[in-house]
Design a protein around this ligand. Structure first.
Ligand SMILES: Nc1ncnc2c1ncn2[C@@H]1O[C@H](COP(=O)(O)OP(=O)(O)O)[C@@H](O)[C@H]1O
Ligand SMILES: [Mg+2]
Length: 312
């Protein structure tokens, strides 16, 4: 029986004036994991509104268990208002005081204890309210799972004390280069101002930070340049990917797609070289469709088939 994964955090709806798209980094990750056939418990909270129905439909479409899905009567399902500028740029308003800010700790604990996950994933946005933060801590206090943190810092929604506490709770941390630079500014005395991941001082700074927060591994994604993995036992593995996919649409959710295959590789015992190459390939492909998850759930089987063929 494959190990289960629990994912804690926001499921929300990105509201473009013309259309709505279901998102939330943790929910993107959970859907990808379910798409790859892993038993996933998504711990989140929605309201009884139209956006809540859109999220429920995604649980159904992906065949995900709903034991961690809480519904609060009269609460607003999470939403983000997206405005697209004349130049195609996006500006986001992350709406405060949403159902995902009120995740109930006792209900969440019951769902996660029943699932007994081997990996527990969390982020920072759903910790902005003390209620959900307390629920997360109740889960972290009782779980013996490996704790995977994707910081996913959102401009205007960054609270250093929450980041510090999250790093202390985590075993494996995933950041992008911008987030790594922010960590250097907060936690390293010398902060390299351009992040060049090949540079020795960056490796040294990363390792100092890993040591200070007792991390077993740090993963840094570098957009089109791929990703780097450092582990406390000395591993340093890089995969530069294959460049931008021919039909680049947007990089929404690229990090979440990367995380899913990174964790899949860990659960399946792939080498780190293979894991990073496959995570980069899947994340690059996710830049070829609009939104964070593919339109067709059947597309995951094609990836699994391709990877299985590489192994024979
Ligand atoms: N323009 C791109 N072309 C190809 N792959 C990309 C591109 N942008 C992101 N990716 C893939 O997605 C991963 C995560 O992207 P990145 O931007 O580093 O993180 P995040 O989405 O968390 O900000 C990268 O490691 C890479 O595999
Ligand atoms: Mg990210």
């Amino acid at each position: 029986m494959e190990q289960a994964v629990a994912v804690f955090g926001e499921a929300l709806v990105d509201d473009f004036s013309s259309h709505r798209v279901v998102g939330g980094a943790p929910f993107n990750l959970a859907r990808h994991l379910a798409g790859f056939g892993l038993p996933v418990t998504m711990v989140t909270r929605i309201g009884n509104d139209d956006n809540g129905s859109l999220i429920r439909n995604e649980f159904d479409r992906y065949g995900m268990r709903q034991s961690g899905l809480q519904t609060g009567d009269g609460e607003a399902t999470g939403s983000v208002h997206v405005e697209v500028g004349a130049d195609g740029s996006h500006s986001f308003t992350i709406v405060p005081d949403q159902a995902y800010d009120r995740i109930d700790g006792a209900q969440a604990l019951a769902a996660v204890q029943a699932a007994h996950p081997g990996i527990f994933c969390f982020g920072t946005l759903a910790q902005r309210d003390p209620a959900s933060r307390a629920a997360l801590h109740a889960l972290l206090d009782q779980t013996d799972a490996v704790r995977f943190l994707d910081l996913n810092l959102r401009a205007g929604h960054v609270d250093e004390t929450i980041v510090f506490d999250s790093l202390q709770q985590a075993d494996i941390v995933k950041v992008n280069e911008t987030e790594l630079q922010q960590l250097f500014q907060w936690y390293c005395h010398t902060c390299p101002d351009t992040v060049n991941m090949e540079c020795i001082s960056v490796d040294t700074e990363c390792r100092a930070m890993m040591h200070n927060f007792s991390l077993s591994a740090l993963v840094v994604t570098m957009g089109v340049r791929g990703a780097l993995y450092l582990s406390a036992d000395g591993a340093h593995v890089t995969d530069h990917g294959k460049g931008t996919s021919e039909c680049f649409v947007d990089a929404v959710g690229a990090g979440d797609a990367f995380d899913a295959v990174f964790l899949l590789g860990r659960l399946r015992g792939w080498t780190m070289e293979r894991t990073l190459a496959r995570a980069n390939a899947f994340a690059a492909a996710s830049c070829g469709h609009a939104g964070a998850v593919p339109q067709e759930v059947s597309s995951y089987a094609r990836w699994l088939d391709q990877w299985a063929q590489e192994e024979v």
